[in-house]
Design a protein around this ligand. Structure first.
Ligand code: SF4
Ligand code: SF4
Length: 317
C-alpha cells in the first residue's frame, strides 16, 4: 500500500512529465484516486515498421518513471517487445484484448500498404489486422514520427507504400480520438505523460494543429533555444571545432520550423538536447521529417540570406 506522501510524489512526477511543472498535481491526484476505485485503463502496444527506438526511449524515462507507468498508471495488456510472449502467443494475447475492447492503443511505426508482407504479426500483414485493433480501441496514441507522420519508412521512393497510422485511419475511414507523439524517438515524458493524462482525466489533452499535445508541442524550438541571442545578433556558427555556442542556422538547423519543448524538457534524464551538444536540430518532430532533399537545411542555400527571406524558403523546402 502506498503512503500518501509516496502517492503525491508519483502525482507530482506525472505532472512534471505532463506539463513540466507541478501545476497539475491536484487534478492528477484526483484522477488517480478514481483509478484506484475503478479499473486502470488497459493499454495495448503494437509495433509496425519501426526500430523499437520509441520503446527504448520510454523505458529509459526522463522525468517519468517507466516502472511507475506500467505498474501504477496503466494496465499493460500486451507489448511486442516487453511481453514474454511472441509470435502466436503474442497474437493470442492481442486478440483477447481486442475481443474485450475499450483499451488505449499505442502504435509505434508505419504501416506498409503496397507491399503488405513487409510487416507481419504472427504470419498476418499488419495492414490487415490493424483495422480491427483500432476499431475496438477507445483512443489511439501514435508514438513516434513513423506512426504519426510516416517518418523514415514513408520517405524517399517508399517502395513498400508505408503510411502513417493517421493516414491508415483515413484510408479505412476509422473515426477514433487520436493524438500524435511525434519525434524520432518519441520522448518518454511526452508519451507516458500523455497516456497518464488520458488515464487520469479520461480524455485526450488539448491538441495543436499538428494533432500533437499542446502541452509539449505548442512553441517553436527556435523561440526557446539557448542560442537565440546569437541568432538575433546574426552570429552564426562556421566552425564546429572552434565554436560551441553560436547559432546553428547556417549549418542547417531546423529548430526554426519545428515545434516542441526540446530546449526546456531536454533528453536523457534532462542531461542535454541536440542543439546544446552543437548539433543542428534535424526537425525529427516536424510533420515533413525527414524532408525531401536533405535532413538539414542545405547549408549553401542558406548562406548570406537574410532571415526575413530565408524564413519563407525554410518553410517551403
Ligand atoms: S536556428 Fe537553431 S540554433 Fe539558431 S537559435 Fe534557432 S533553434 Fe537555436
Ligand atoms: S531538438 Fe530537433 S532533432 Fe533534437 S529531438 Fe528535438 S526536434 Fe528532434
Amino acid at each position: 500500500m502506498l503512503s500518501r506522501r509516496e502517492f503525491l510524489k508519483i502525482c507530482a512526477n506525472l505532472s512534471a512529465a505532463v506539463c513540466g511543472s507541478n501545476m497539475l498535481v491536484n487534478n492528477i491526484a484526483h484522477g488517480m484516486m478514481k483509478l484506484t476505485d475503478h479499473e486502470k485503463p488497459e493499454v495495448v502496444f503494437l509495433q509496425g515498421q519501426a526500430c523499437s527506438g520509441c520503446t527504448m526511449s520510454m523505458m529509459y524515462g526522463n522525468e517519468s518513471s517507466f516502472v511507475d507507468f506500467i505498474t501504477r498508471i496503466i494496465k499493460l495488456q500486451v507489448h511486442p517487445s516487453l511481453s514474454f510472449s511472441d509470435g502466436e502467443d503474442y497474437f493470442e494475447r492481442l486478440n483477447r484484448a481486442v475481443d474485450k475492447g475499450g483499451y488505449i492503443l499505442v502504435v509505434e511505426g508505419s504501416v506498409p500498404m503496397k507491399m503488405k508482407k513487409a510487416c507481419m504479426i504472427a504470419g498476418l500483414p499488419l495492414g490487415d489486422i490493424l483495422e480491427e485493433v483500432i476499431r475496438r480501441s477507445k483512443a489511439v496514441v501514435m508514438s513516434g514520427t513513423c506512426s504519426a507522420n510516416g517518418g523514415i519508412p514513408a520517405s524517399g521512393r517508399n517502395e513498400v507504400g508505408a503510411v502513417s497510422v493517421e493516414k491508415y485511419m483515413e484510408m479505412k475511414r476509422l473515426i477514433k480520438p487520436y493524438i500524435k507523439i511525434a519525434g524520432c524517438p518519441s520522448h518518454p515524458d511526452r508519451l507516458m505523460g500523455t497516456v497518464a493524462y488520458m488515464a487520469s482525466m479520461n480524455k485526450i489533452p488539448k491538441k495543436t494543429e499538428e494533432k500533437t499535445p499542446a502541452l509539449y508541442y505548442e512553441e517553436l524550438i527556435h523561440n526557446r533555444c539557448s542560442r537565440f541571442q546569437y541568432f538575433s545578433q546574426d552570429i552564426y556558427l562556421k566552425d564546429f571545432e572552434k565554436e560551441k555556442h553560436t547559432c546553428l542556422l547556417k549549418k542547417g538547423c531546423r529548430g526554426t520550423i519545428t515545434k516542441s519543448d526540446c530546449p526546456t524538457r531536454r533528453w536523457n534524464g534532462s542531461v542535454n538536447v541536440c542543439i546544446e551538444s552543437n548539433t543542428p536540430c534535424v526537425g525529427c518532430i516536424n510533420p515533413s521529417w525527414p524532408f525531401k532533399k536533405d535532413i538539414y537545411l542545405d547549408a549553401d542555400s542558406v548562406e548570406d540570406i537574410p532571415w526575413a527571406v530565408l524564413k519563407e524558403k525554410v518553410r517551403a523546402d
